[in-house]
Design a binder for this molecule. Structure first.
Ligand code: PMP
Length: 326
């Protein structure tokens, strides 16, 4: 759909995938006035299709739009649009183990001009693409590199919304991590360079203790980390299992010391793409360490299964998180 100031949204349509005509002065290309979301549609055992918490994506998209001085896509329109796209051909939703239809709603400033001001014209699009299982050969821990030179986001910045520029800034640290043989970057807070924020595209959880007494700790929403929908869902699932869940500041030192003393038994990252991925090797300027024994921890796997069971409709949706398509 298109938006023009004074006119509102218009020209909503479903089209085949193809290139967009674009003026060289298109505002989004120069000043990154561009936001996006990522969510999934899951084939259900009864043959229907369901999206996982699309209202939460609509709400976050609206927050991102406000932060970047863009028009808001009303929640109802956002839901109608993703629903219509998935409903256009149910065969797009793969039915193999752990397979999904990934949906990428995004909005960009499409007005051609070179001045720095909010654009008057926008384009809202959604791409649908089948996604295979994230771990086709079994879940295994990822290695991470703690970036102490670069921050992902600063207080007052755009780190708590999903805008294109955040990801541009994370490409160089990701390249450095890859050069060191690590899969992902751990970002620290930009002020004290001490507290853990998140990975480049996933939130983090730390398991303190084990068994019935285990406590889950996740960095509090500092204003410069993205409030993940998987993070929020997992906190609720974990509390439902009787686990203690704490949102607080959590430092790299506390993590390293906890692992050394055996009080931190597991660490995992979570996001729409991987759902949950265990974290193993940690590389940092101040010393490397390893969480666990190279295999996924029991609580990590239990929470992973619990959430996947809800998403794939294998257990009752007691939280009301599934949105039936059509
Ligand atoms: N942090 C960042 C920076 C991300 O890009 C993502 C992916 N959207 C997440 C966390 C996880 O969010 P969600 O669970 O909503 O996918």
């Amino acid at each position: 759909a298109r938006y023009r100031e004074g006119q509102g949204w218009y020209d909503a349509r479903l089209t085949t995938y193809g290139p967009l005509p674009m003026d060289p002065a298109t505002a989004a290309l120069h000043y990154a006035q561009s936001i996006f979301e990522g969510l999934k549609a899951y084939a259900q055992p009864d043959g229907s299709v369901a999206m996982f918490r699309p209202e939460a994506n609509a709400a976050r998209f609206a927050r991102s739009a406000r932060r970047l001085a863009m028009p808001v896509v009303p929640e109802e329109s956002f839901l109608t649009a993703v629903d219509a796209l998935v409903d256009a051909d149910r065969d797009w939703v793969p039915t193999g183990p752990d397979q999904t239809l990934y949906l990428r709603p995004y909005m960009l400033a499409s007005e051609p001009f070179l001045g720095v001001r909010p654009a008057h014209e926008y384009l809202f699009l959604i791409i649908a693409s089948p996604a295979g299982a994230y771990f086709p050969r079994g879940v295994h821990p990822v290695s991470v590199y703690v970036s102490e030179e670069y921050a992902r986001a600063a207080p007052g910045g755009t780190g708590d919304v999903k805008c294109a520029g955040n990801y541009a800034a994370s490409l160089l640290p990701q390249q450095e991590a890859s050069a060191l043989g690590c899969d992902q970057v751990v970002y620290l807070d930009a002020v004290e360079k001490k507290y853990i924020e998140e990975l480049g595209g996933m939130n983090l959880f730390f398991v303190l203790g084990s068994g019935e007494d285990a406590e889950l700790v996740t960095p509090e929403l500092s204003g410069s980390l993205l409030p993940g929908i998987t993070r929020d869902s997992l906190m609720e699932v974990a509390r439902g299992l009787g686990l203690r869940v704490t949102e607080r500041r959590y430092s790299l030192d506390e993590w390293r010391q906890g692992v050394a003393e055996g009080t931190v038994t597991e660490t995992f990252a979570c996001g729409t793409a991987a759902v949950i991925t265990p974290v193993g090797v940690v590389k940092a300027r101040t010393g490397d360490f390893t969480v666990g024994d190279g295999t996924p921890g029991p609580l990590t796997m239990r929470l992973r299964e619990a959430l996947l069971d809800i998403q794939h409709g294998r257990v009752a949706d007691t939280h009301g998180w599934l949105h039936r398509v059509g």
